[in-house]
Design a protein around this ligand. Sequence first.
Ligand SMILES: C[S@@+](CC[C@H](N)C(=O)[O-])C[C@H]1O[C@@H](n2cnc3c(N)ncnc32)[C@H](O)[C@@H]1O
Length: 373
Amino acid sequence: MLTAEDCEGFLRDELRRLWPGMPVQFLAPRLLICPATSLSGAAPATPAGSGLPPLVFARQFLPAAQSVSVDSIRAGAEVVFAAITASLPDRQSWLLHVAAHYGAANAGEHRCRLIRESVLDRLQRQRRGLRRALAPDTAPLTTAHSVVQLLLIAPDRGLLSLAVAPRPFQWRRVLAPFPKGWVQPARDLAAPCRAFAKLVEAEARLGRRIAAGETCVDLGACPGSWSYVALGRGARVCAVDRSPLRADLMAHPRLHFVRGDAFRFVPDEPVDWLLCDVIAAPERSMELLQTWVVRRWARHFVVTLKFKGAGGYAELDGLKRALPPLTSEFFLLHLCANRNEVCAFGSIAPPPGDDGAPATNAPPVSASSSARG
Ligand SMILES: C[S@@+](CC[C@H](N)C(=O)[O-])C[C@H]1O[C@@H](n2cnc3c(N)ncnc32)[C@H](O)[C@@H]1O
C-alpha cells in the first residue's frame, strides 16, 4: 500500500488496530507491505460490496504485488505484457498504471511513459482486443474493470500487481482508478478559497458529481467555495453558517443563506447532497454525519472531519463500523487536498423496498429550513 504523504505511521497504526498482530513492514518511504492473506477475506462484505473496510491513510493498494526486474524499458514492457495477456480476458475493461516511486518528485516519469507506450504498442500488434478494452485512467471502477499496476521502486526494479475484475471494484475504497491514488488538487482562482478542491476530489473519487437541478445543504459554507462549486454545477444550495458568504454568492438566485448553527440545522425535506466543511471537533462532525445518514436527510454526502494533526484517528474506527451497513458507497480518506483532515463521502442506501429513485424532483430546500443557535 502507498500511504498518503507523511502518514506512514497513521496507516501502520490503522492496520494494527484493524488486524492486531498483522506483520507490517516498510519497503520504501510511504510504501508499506503486509501479507495479502491477512487482508483478503479479513473483513466481511458489506452493502457497499467491499471486502475491505476504509483505510483512511492508504492512497493506493497494489494487491498481491510481485517484485520484478525492470533492467530496461523492453524488460519492463515484457513483464507487464506477459502478465496482462496471461490473465485478462479480451474485451473486458482494464486500467494500466505505470508509475514511479523513488528519488525526486518526477524521477522515473519518462521511463514509465516509455514502458507504458511499449506495452500498448505490443498489444496493438498482438492483442488488439485487449488494447481496445483499455479504459482511461480515472474511469470510475465497475465490477467489469481489472487494474494492472507497475510501480517502479528503483530505476531497475518494480512491483507488479494485477487485480482481475471484480476485485478492484470490491476493493475500491483503497484501490483507486488514479495512478498512485493521486488526484491533483483542482485550482480555480475565481473560487472564494481553495477549500473547493476537497469537494472536487471527493466527487472524482466517488465517480459522481453534483448535477444540475439537485439540491445541496452546505454546512459551514463561508466564504463559499463549496457552494460555488455546487452552484456552478447548476444545483440549488442552502448554505448555513454564522457568517455570510462572498457577496456575489449571497446574491445568487439559486442560493439560500441560513445564518445559524450547522449542528442544529434540520432540512424541511431530504436533499440530494449534504456538504459539510464546518470547523469543529471531529466527534461532533461524525455525530452530525451519522444523524444525517440514519435519518436519510440526504442521498449523498461529503463531510470534512478536522483533526489537530497529531493523531486521534482511532476515533474514526467507530464510523468505519457504523456507516457501511447504512450506505451504498462509503469512503473515508485523507484526500490529496486535505491537510489535517479526513473526508467522509458516499451515498446513503435507499430504505428497503425503495426503488432508489432520485429525490431530484423534490421541491427546493425551503426558505423555512432553520438553524437556531
Ligand atoms: C473551513 S470553513 C468552510 C469553508 C467552506 N467550505 C468554503 O469552501 O468556503 C469553516 C466554516 O465553518 C463555520 N462554522 C464553524 N462552526 C459552525 C457552526 N457551529 N455552525 C455554522 N457554521 C460554523 C465557520 O464560520 C467557517 O466559515
